[in-house]
Write a protein that binds this ligand. Structure first.
Ligand SMILES: [Mn+2]
Length: 311
């Protein structure tokens, strides 16, 4: 499959610091070679801010505008964008780029489902946040609850909550958790995965999401388009400790790869975003290897290679 690795070397708009170093570390660790070894054609492009750092929000949207242009170019060329970034707000640029590329009526009209795997809700708004941390808000921004002017700046439109699934969450602010529970987003908590097992907890939720996305399209057959977002901190810190905000009780590596496979079985994967690898913290190489395996699995499911021959 033709892949475009989109490198986004920023942490909240600041270049090459914190988790903004993760994307380069993946490349230095052989991410592109690992994908080529599996038979994929890989090009590597880098998103750059267009203006000097002003405010955090302005810098984030500046980076996301660059991400959107690169994602749109890749998708228009029939390449699968695999986006490596410091923060989860990169999902804004990924969505804007996919909508701009259009590809088919569904993507052009915003009928693009999003599956979001993350230890955190990322669903705070300026009213619910306890810290003011901007990257605690990207799912709220993606769905238009926080900073709706995002979509004026980037183009496109916010994600419908009914086309959104959040899985693996276990570290949410109280008001954020209440907002997520009251929303129309499908939630598969980290506790549900621990209690019932990944397959039993996630598969029915993905089935429902795919059926709903199909209903929206008024098409009974065929897989609806989706954007898969993986915050690597959805993994347990025993597996992937090199993240900014580790949270116990997370997925095993096998569970994360199974979640990617399950998503690919039900949806036409249009982009993957992979975030939050902070290579300066402990045991970076293990976390990096997990991330590269996620990339390879996503590329494999998107290209339709049978799972048994993929790894
Ligand atoms: Mn996140």
């Amino acid at each position: 499959m033709d892949l475009t690795l989109v490198v986004v070397p920023y942490d909240l708009g600041r270049e090459g610091v914190g988790s903004g170093r993760g994307p380069a570390a993946y490349l230095e660790g052989g991410a592109a070679e690992a994908l080529r070894a599996r038979g994929h054609d890989v090009e590597v492009v880098t998103a750059r801010r267009s203006a000097p750092f002003g405010s955090e929000l302005e810098a984030v949207l500046d980076v996301d505008a660059a991400v959107a242009a690169l994602v749109a170019a890749a998708a228009t060329d029939g390449r699968l964008p695999l986006v490596l970034a410091g923060n989860c707000n990169v999902t804004l640029g990924v969505r804007a780029g996919l909508l701009a590329a259009g590809i088919d009526d569904d993507a052009a009209r915003g009928r693009l489902a999003t599956i979001w795997l993350d230890a955190h809700g990322d669903f705070n708004t300026p009213l619910t946040t306890e810290t003011g941390y901007l990257d605690g808000m990207p799912l709220a921004m993606l769905t238009g609850r926080a900073f709706p002017e995002t979509w004026v700046r980037l183009g496109g439109e916010p994600l419908h909550e009914t086309l959104t699934l959040h899985a693996g969450g276990r570290d949410l602010d109280p008001a954020e958790a209440a907002a997520l529970a009251a929303s129309r987003i499908t939630v598969v908590s980290g506790a549900a995965v621990r209690g019932r097992g990944l397959g039993e907890a996630l598969a029915p939720a993905l089935d429902e999401l795919a059926a709903r996305a199909g209903d929206v399209r008024r098409i009974a057959a065929g897989r609806p388009p989706a954007h898969l977002h993986v915050d690597i901190d959805v993994l347990d810190p025993d597996v992937a400790p090199a993240v900014c905000f580790p949270s116990p009780g997370g997925f095993t590596q096998a569970e994360l790869l199974a979640a990617v496979e399950m998503t690919g079985a039900r949806f036409d994967l249009r982009a993957l975003s992979l975030t939050s690898f902070a290579p300066e913290s402990a045991a970076a190489s293990g976390t990096m290897e997990c991330g590269i395996t996620v990339l390879a699995t996503a590329a494999g499911v998107a290209s339709g290679v049978p799972a048994a021959t993929r790894r």
